[in-house]
Write a protein that binds this ligand. Structure first.
Ligand code: PEP
Ligand code: MG
Length: 552
């Protein structure tokens, strides 16, 4: 038996079998080719190998998990030989002198986009299959080994570090916990684990490797530890802890549907953060009154081509409908820093957290921004929409962003496409500049949402991803609290509302302070809603003592 210590990033316990996940995007090294005939021969050989691999996987799955689960591999086999798909690849090779890899990548992206924008849910799901077979073909063309088949049994995901897109693509029905060699409490994979309500431990070090594949381990998210090779007594202890944890969750459930009003009668909004439509549905079931942060950037990740206006429209429409009558705050593209995408050719930077990201990209590439805004405006008639801009540092950014949105609205109206009249417009307060300028910024918007994850990082000059300085990174630091108070006060002076969508909104130490400071809306991982509501209901703001630094 051996205990590994890391950082507990999401509460809860799991006992299960490890599945080690390697990064899964096959690289396309060669883009052009002079000999098309040779590329076509390579392609045919790769298709044959991929087909054999899929047949073998089908047989294996049939024996292990039965016909229903095995079916996916026969569907992939059929897609691989679909004449439209193969003809498109061959065309790119012959007509545009592409390498076989590049032609597969291009065709895969186009077909996936086409499927993703279809009305029929079943057909939309085929987008993921197309991506999968295209990746398999590229790996074959590269002479790489087969990617491991997606797990079909419950498992604990282990990885060096999960990218946000990998975390999102985990099968939520099977995943029991996430353990990573690297990462920290505020990395996006940790945030997503909390949203999904599964235990997670990060920064466990080099023993989280391929050698762990298949091992039975215990994950203790609260203590931030992982137990390898547990003995009988420890297994027994953790089975009991797991049962007690489940019971406590059940008890908290009764708060989920209650109205969040303090003992002295202050009513606030409790909303959830979401990365996809499933999260939103789950959040509403868990008692969320709306979605306070929809991280739209996840639509842009794990793909080679930008999402089309139509695809985005369908997603925004689905999330608005799933959340109705509650409001959905969609944050416009917040890519950059630790959130990567292959579909934008972004430069490598010395200081990505301080670099070309979020609203900076959107304002310098208006075509990208306009596509997203049009999709949002079109979707606005299907529910209660609010839109907010990330990483704001100045009034001029907000004025520009809103002007572009106004132009797109006018254009849609001229085209006869309806747009809701009651859309709310807001900004994230997540930079010191935006907090300091919040009196002026409030003139241009309907609300603020305080992003403490970045606000803490930038105020304290403390990388949110760096475990070594984790003890300095604290939203309870008086410097951060003063910015929070400033933003709330300036919002209220201007007659607009102030919410918080950073992780601090679920921090039990901070909740009474935020209530006392007058925060109007809390947006948290949906698993945190019952506990948050319980704490709000039990708080009397008249009895809350503010920290000394805030009393002046
Ligand atoms: C934040 O910075 O607090 C926030 C909510 O945004 P993200 O974590 O996606 O950077
Ligand atoms: Mg942020």
């Amino acid at each position: 038996m051996k205990t590994l210590r890391g950082i507990g990033t999401s509460d809860g316990y799991a006992i299960g079998t490890v599945r080690f996940l390697k990064p899964h995007t096959a690289k396309v090294e060669r883009r052009t080719a002079s000999d098309s005939a040779q590329e076509l021969a390579l392609l045919r050989d790769a298709v044959r190998q991929a087909k054999e691999e899929l047949d073998a996987l089908f047989q294996e799955a049939l024996e292990k998990v039965g016909e229903k689960a095995a079916e996916i591999f026969s569907v992939h086999g059929m897609l691989l030989e679909d004449p439209d798909y193969t003809e498109s690849i061959e065309n790119y090779i012959t007509a545009e002198a592409m390498s076989a890899q590049a032609a597969v990548e291009q065709t895969g992206a186009e077909f996936a986009e086409m499927f993703a924008s279809m009305e029929d849910v079943f057909m939309r799901e085929r987008a993921a299959d197309i991506k999968d077979i295209s990746q398999r073909l590229i790996r074959k063309l590269n002479g790489e080994e087969a990617a491991p088949a997606a797990p079909t049994q419950p498992y604990i995901a282990a990885a060096e570090d999960l990218t946000p897109s990998q975390t999102v693509s985990l099968d939520k029905a099977l995943i029991q916990a996430i353990v990573t060699e690297k990462g920290s409490e505020f990395s996006h994979s940790a945030i997503l684990a909390r949203i999904m309500g599964i235990p997670a431990v990060a920064a466990l070090g080099g023993e989280i490797g391929e050698g762990l594949d298949g091992a039975v381990i215990i994950v203790d998210g609260a203590a931030g530890q992982v137990i390898l090779d547990p003995d009988e007594a420890t297994l027994q202890t953790y089975q009991e802890k797991l049962a007690a944890f489940r019971q406590e969750r059940e008890e908290l459930e009764r708060y989920a549907k209650q109205a969040p009003v303090t003992r002295d009668g202050r009513a606030v909004e409790v909303c959830a953060n979401a990365a996809d439509v499933d999260d939103a549905r789950k959040a509403v079931q868990n008692g969320a009154m709306g979605i306070g942060l929809f991280r739209s950037e996840f639509l842009y990740m794990d793909r080679a081509q930008l999402p089309s206006e139509e695809e985005q429209f369908q997603t925004y429409k689905a999330i608005l409908e799933a959340t109705k009558p509650g409001k959905v705050v969609v944050r416009t593209l917040d890519i950059g820093a630790d959130k990567h995408t292959d579909c934008l050719d972004l430069p490598r930077e010395e200081n990505p957290a301080l670099g070309y990201r979020a609203i900076r990209i959107c304002l310098s590439r208006p075509e990208l921004f306009r596509t997203q805004l049009r999709a949002l405006l079109r979707a606005s008639v299907y529910g209660e929409l609010a839109v907010m801009f990330p990483m704001i540092i100045s009034e001029s950014e907000v004025i520009q962003a809103r002007a572009i949105a106004d132009e797109e609205k006018a254009r849609l109206t001229a085209e006869g496409i309806p747009v809701a009249e009651n859309i709310e417009w807001g900004i994230m307060i997540e930079t010191p500049a935006s907090a300091i300028m919040s009196d002026r910024l409030a003139r241009h918007v309907d609300f603020f949402s305080i992003g403490t994850n970045d606000l803490t990082q930038y105020t304290l000059a403390c990388d949110r991803m760096n475990a070594q300085i984790g003890q300095l990174y604290d939203a309870m630091d008086p410097a951060v609290l003063r910015f929070i108070r400033m933003a709330i006060d300036n919002a209220h002076k201007a007659g607009i509302w102030a919410g918080m969508c950073g992780e601090a909104a679920a921090d039990a130490r901070l909740i009474p302070i935020l209530l006392k400071l007058g925060l109007d809306e809390f947006s948290v991982a949906s698993g945190s809603i019952p506990r948050l509501k319980k704490q709000i209901i039990e708080t009397n703001t008249a009895e809350v003592m503010l920290p000394e630094e805030l009393r002046a």
